[in-house]
Ligand binder design. Structure first.
Ligand code: NDP
Ligand code: 8X3
Length: 251
């Protein structure tokens, strides 16, 4: 029987790593990507005996992405599930004082990086007339919030691109899923606040946030639906969160 292959971008931490681990438990061979080679190497030990292909690249590097994913070894070419997860927020400033490098990073990683990876993988799915694409959006792609401007814009783009993908890939029977989490405690805020761990920690104080495993379990459920079922658009929040801006905290 052909092995089932999942490719997860941004699998060195957080949601991507938890997803790699849970899909491995579900019998998938795992292609995991990220920039931190040491983290991808460490993931091998946690994955155990499953077939594993770690790939180190920055999703912003268009030629590298297309080159690496375009020359996968034959036994890894037929990706069944693509999880476009790599992404982050950079900074949290009002639009009038926002940092251009932060804006470039968010649009280049969250939007263009997702597109480059998709460009490398989706044509093969079309040829085989099978596959599933899971894009990790955000509540920030459903509602703008103060000082979220460009990050929200990048995730609104993910939402729109996902909808467009679902339309274009409809004749090929490819299932396209968007998962839009609210607050998940990962390295996300540490990256957003540029290593300020005190500020990052305050984001998740006073309520119980989601954890990466919560999202991974949803992905596990999604990939295990029968072939005629697609969970197209999923918003998942911590119980304490009612919207992008309303979080019931007991501080
Ligand atoms: P983490 O910071 O823990 O993980 C981000 C992952 O993305 C890392 O594996 C990182 O790998 C990878 N990544 C970042 N930049 C690049 C790049 N330029 N090239 C390749 N890989 C990159 O955050 P999360 O797990 O929380 O985030 C995962 C996704 O979930 C993101 O798209 C995020 O926007 C989204 N999300 C997160 C929420 C949250 O509250 N945490 C809520 C809603 C959505 P490396 O650094 O090794 O390259
Ligand atoms: C991450 C969730 O609310 O910090 O996408 O934007 S939020």
């Amino acid at each position: 029987m052909k092995k089932k292959i999942a490719l997860i971008t941004g699998a060195t931490s957080g949601i991507g790593k938890a997803t790699a681990l849970i899909l491995a438990k579900n019998g998938y061979s795992i292609i995991a990507t990220g920039r931190r080679k040491e983290k991808l190497d460490a993931l091998k030990d946690e994955l155990g005996a499953v077939d594993y292909l770690p790939l180190v690249f920055d999703v912003r590097e268009r030629e590298k992405v297309l080159d690496v994913l375009g020359s996968l070894p034959d036994e890894w070419k037929q990706v069944d599930v693509l999880v476009n997860n790599a992404g982050n927020a950079h900074g949290m400033d009002p639009i009038q004082t926002g940092n251009l490098d932060d804006w470039d990073a968010m649009m280049d990683i969250n939007v263009k990086g997702l597109l480059y990876v998709s460009k490398a993988i989706i044509p093969g799915m079309c040829e085989r007339k099978s596959g599933m694409v899971i894009n990790i959006g955000s509540i920030a792609g459903k509602e703008a919030y103060p000082n979220g401007n460009v990050y929200c814009g990048s995730k609104f783009a993910v939402d729109a691109i996902t909808k467009g993908m679902r339309i274009d890939l409809n004749p090929f029977g490819i299932r396209v899923v968007a998962i839009h989490p609210g607050l998940v405690e990962t390295e996300f805020s540490l990256v957003r606040f540029k290593g300020d761990d005190q500020r990052a920690a305050t984001v998740y104080k006073g309520f119980e946030p989601l954890v990466a495993q919560d999202i991974a379990e949803i992905i596990e459920f999604v990939v295990n639906r029968p072939a005629h079922v697609v969970l197209a658009d999923i918003v998942v929040l911590p119980t304490a969160q009612a919207s992008a801006t309303i979080v019931h905290k007991t501080l």
